[in-house]
Write a protein that binds this ligand. Structure first.
Ligand code: S3P
Length: 446
């Protein structure tokens, strides 16, 4: 996000029934990976449906600064890569804006190159923990030029002599898993990441598609993911499915606005990403996957959602990795359900673009909901509606903004978010798509 941009408060107004068929833009996780693997491949990668949001554009700029050619021709993004370990030193710092994914995945790339790179980001990103990625990469041979520093800006030096490692993830993070696997492509030998809880597996799927050898093996409670080093990737065609984390706002809105009936076409339904949809069904939401199919190695479906009477449920901690970005919107609509919705195992929510546990609870409280934070759990007690009328502090967090701009469509009084500019980091089409379905928003100067 442009650090000099002026914040734009926005109000969500009470909406009539939401209706229609829409498509959401491409999945953010897959878009970052397509650009990065395209840059590490030889030959040309053609990407259809790339998400053109600020986070992903910053990754495109980073791979360009490292010598890959990336640009859009007609509707297709093309990346001409330089091969694994073949990127060149950038002339200046790489600015990742608001994006933890871009930063952490690119740290895995930088680790495998024998030059110095400075990585920077906005105020939110500069507060986020990087130690979780740096720790395994330092073991492999990466250097931090100011040892002990663990937040951006960071100046890092990689090497062509990376050591393969076996790394047990201390936190369930696809970003950490991916950074280690990406570094592992450059190492001499096999690098293994061990995970206890399954996290999104787009890196594994896409690396195989690009020709890397990636083995996934279940061992008791754990999964061992092993990538062969000295890898050679070759340019491929990629089709990016619709982002289920963006579709989540539309689906949630349709559930709470009476009379709604919408279909969101071509949404990614990879089981490592669909925890929210399962939870909405358990709450009594009329959510169905239609026309399920495979597109470019990922499962997709059209998701139909009709307004429903919701009831509170307990969302188990084990489900958190498959819906980690969706808790703010789930919590915001849990206020419309009857009874208590208890969401457990939310420690990771505290280190996202904001402390989402606190930001979500505060946004709900200021709008009259009954909400409690108990350790790593969030408990919302619904009263078949939300009063609204409150001003939500978004803390530079796109998903906090969009969650309350969703809840506000059905609250008694309108809900205002203090800023909406950062929505462009992940879902620039949020407002026009919601409006296409029948929602109304108003710029709000208060
Ligand atoms: C992502 C992984 C998740 C998620 C983020 C995207 C990815 O982060 O919150 O929006 O693309 O790998 P963590 O890996 O830190 O949980």
């Amino acid at each position: 996000m442009n650090p000099h941009s002026i914040s734009k408060p926005l109000s969500a107004l009470k909406a009539g029934p939401l209706k229609g068929r829409v498509r959401v833009p491409g999945d953010k996780s897959i878009s970052h990976r397509a650009l990065i693997f395209g840059a590490l491949a030889t030959g040309t990668t053609r990407i259809r449906g790339l998400l053109e949001a600020e986070d992903v554009i910053n990754t495109a700029r980073a791979v360009q600064a490292l010598g890959a050619v990336a640009g859009k021709h007609r509707d297709i993004w093309e990346v001409r890569g330089r091969g694994v370990g073949g990127l060149r030193a950038p002339e200046g710092p790489l600015d990742f804006g608001n994006s933890g994914t871009g930063t952490r995945l690119m740290m895995g790339v930088v680790a495998g190159h024998p030059f110095t790179v400075t990585m920077t980001g906005d105020a939110s990103l500069s507060r986020r923990p990087m130690r979780r990625v740096l720790a395994p990469l330092l073991e492999m041979g990466l250097e931090i030029l100011e040892p002990g520093k663990e937040t951006l800006p960071l100046t890092l030096k990689g090497t062509h002599e990376l050591m393969p490692i076996v790394y047990r993830l201390p936190v369930p993070s696809a970003q950490v898993k991916s950074a280690v696997l990406i570094a592992g492509l450059h190492a001499a030998g096999k690098t293994t990441v061990i995970e206890r809880e399954a996290t999104r597996d787009h890196t594994e799927r896409m690396l195989r598609h690009f020709g890397a050898t990636v083995a996934t093996e279940a061992k008791g409670e754990e999964t061992h993911i092993t990538v062969d080093g000295d890898a050679e990737l070759s340019g491929k065609d990629i089709l990016v499915p619709g982002d289920p984390s963006s579709a989540a706002f539309l689906a949630a809105a349709a559930l709470i606005v009476p009379g709604s009936d919408i279909t969101i076409e071509g949404v990614l339904t990879n089981p490592t990403r669909t925890g929210l949809y399962l939870t909405l069904q358990e709450m009594g939401g009329d959510v169905t996957f239609e026309n399920s199919r495979d597109e470019g190695g990922e499962p997709v479906a059209d998701i139909r959602v009709r307004a429903s009477r919701l009831k509170g449920v307990r969302v188990p901690a084990e489900r958190a990795p498959s819906m980690i970005d969706e808790y703010p919107v789930l919590a915001s609509i849990a206020a419309f359900a009857e009874g208590e919705t208890r969401m457990d195992g939310l420690a990771e929510l505290k280190v996202k673009e904001s402390d989402r546990l606190q930001a979500t609870a505060a946004g709900l409280a200021v709008n009259g909901a009954k909400v409690q934070v108990e350790g790593d759990s969030l408990i919302v007690t619904g009263a078949s509606g939300l009063k609204g009328g409150g001003l939500v502090a978004t803390h530079l967090d796109h998903r906090i903004a969009m969650s309350f701009l969703t809840a506000g469509l059905a609250s008694e009084a309108s809900i205002v978010v203090d800023d909406s500019t950062m929505i462009a980091t992940s879902f620039p089409e949020f407002r026009p798509l919601m409006e296409q379905l029948g929602a109304h928003y108003r710029e709000d100067g208060r």
